[in-house]
Design a protein around this ligand. Sequence first.
Ligand code: NAI
Length: 728
Amino acid sequence: MRLESTTIRWEQDDSGIVTLVLDDPNQSANTMNQAFKDSIAAIAERVEAEKDSIRGIIYTSAKKTFFAGGDLKDMMKVGPAEAQQAFDTGTAIKSSLRRIETLGKPVVAAINGPALGGGYEIALASHHRVALDAPGSKIGLPEVTLGLLPAGGGVTRTVRLMGIADALLKVLLQGTQYSPRRALENGLVHEVAATREEMLEKARAFIDANPASQQPWDKPGYKIPGGTPSNPKFAANLPAFPANLKKQLNGAPYPAPRNILAAAVEGSQVDFETALTIEARYFTELVTGQTAKNMIQAFFFDLQAVNSGANRPKGIEPRQVRKVAVLGAGMMGAGIAYSCARAGIEVVLRDVSLEAAVKGKGYSEKLCAEAVGKGRTTQEKADALLARITPTAEAAALAGCDAVIEAVFEDPALKHKVFQEIETIVERDALLCSNTSTLPITALAEGVERQSDFIGLHFFSPVDKMPLVEIIKGKRTGEEALARAFDLVRQINKTPIVVNDSRGFFTSRVIGHFINEGVAMVGEGIEPASVEQAAAQAGYPAKVLSLMDELTLTLPRKIRNESKRAIEESGGAWTPHPAEAVIDRMVDEFGRIGRSGGAGFYEYGEDGKRGRLWPGLREHFTKPGHTIPFEDMQERMLFSEALDTVRLLEEGVLTSVADANIGSIFGIGFPGWTGGVLQYINGYADGAGLPAFVARARQLAERYGERFTPPALLVEKADNGERFTDAR
Ligand code: NAI
């Protein structure tokens, strides 16, 4: 059967240059689907047949994106049974690319837009890479961030292009996405062009100058840069790689980095074709496993749903904020001002004195200076950003603001006061947002006239780095305000999740369970160092006791007292958590409130640097020899958060699974390998899912307390054979 190319257009000019235009007619972006597999095979056949009339080959694309990569929907379905087919498809595509690469004619990738994953792998199968410096264009192999590895020749070719160490560190292990300029600096591409015409001219110029071009690795006498394990000097350094990786992962269960390392090292010791096979085997192991599915679900599908507005009210025209009032120029206000100004919004930053407001602006000055120093921005752009921030102490300066973000002290009376001062000064329909971290939004809204325009906008610290914003809808918040809040969060390039009002909302409430569980284990007499290790090995970015110290031990006490009062006032009974007694002793008996007080679960130096765990913990809490299974320690933390998330769904605080997953990973450090707090339940025990999770929760409840009893919604879903998904 003669194959036909349906997704790659063949355009040959009079001089014999063939431009292969990647242009899948059925999709908005080109992917490595079945049609591409057939097309590239047909192209390989044709270039071989018409070799004599061809002077060179250029890959480029008719889409905005050069090439998007593998089809992730397909990958979600690959189980052990489909693995062989996936393996064969991958092998077929690679062999076609290889036939073109080794034709003996120059092959150039004219990278007109984002080339990530499979896209960059096509570029790697070219002898020369010219990237168009298009805004927002990204180049790299981010597979590791989805729990995978680049199996379209990505491991094999980067190792041969830049050597094992650089390939691992610059491209494969972090999955860094480079701008075209930075891709050039790091050796991922050879040239950058300012326009499409210039890009194609450069591609043609390479073909003219290199009529018989070959890949470096196909030339006689080629050696992998920097050496391979067969070189004794290199071999001596080899153990450092897994050791560093282990340190980096801190024992967290991410299989992809391990497989990438193995594929790179093993592949470097064999011929090119065998290296491709090794890479594919390691890929197959990953794609059939649960972690990749969790990570694709969260970091691709859920993130896309959340950012594209699956939760934004429909039918409301998008609006952009022009001028925002930030009230309070403390740690949060200063960071919010910077994020808004960076997105091009005018900012009026108000504090009690001009001096305090100027100090708040100083934070942006510091960040700008750093960014200029590191070449991440230009002096001109930094100056323009800073010129957009006006520090003030005067309410009158807020005239013309079409949005307000309040970040004064966490005191309801003060928050009411600062809104009253400015409500009649800002635009009549200005969006009114509070960055409270714990106070119920409905009650705060009572301090303003236009309660339907009032909403919670919960940022995370440090604001300039943390991508998440939790939008909290109060009882009287209007749909219009919700849509505008959503648009504002997107305008400043952050990820919005939407929740209904409740004490602690979603994030603050759920992270409290993680901390409580860690602290409770110390109270039971388990070695504090083991508790910290359990958190690290579960994949939490911050160890549990050190996080408690950062947040300050008096904070959970304050929240507890307020919650207790609220519950008792409404006729309920407070169920104490075993962590409470430990925190009380730490604060009252030992005066250790955490890092801000210079002493907590850890010791701190004069400079505030964290030292060792406080030896007093062993003396006052640890029961020598007392321990519980390590797995129980990890799962007590993970389950406590997951179970309360289900309760939040039951209570209607959360309304979207994607929001829960994304919010848990990006807001409160729930381990990324799980795919987020509800995907963790879906994928529990290698995909056994809800029934296995329920059984394990019951076991934990028996061993450690009723707080692990699975909520009714979870049991019901498990019984019905359902999972946590959004109906879309
Ligand atoms: P902060 O203490 O660093 O800053 C508060 C600022 O508000 C101070 O600069 C103070 O001078 C100013 N202020 C007080 N009264 C004012 C008034 N009448 N008019 C204008 N400014 C006034 O506090 P931080 O950490 O920035 O927190 C601010 C808010 O953000 C709080 O509601 C907090 O709960 C919330 N939040 C804090 C997070 C954190 O990690 N620190 C995370 C998320 C929310």
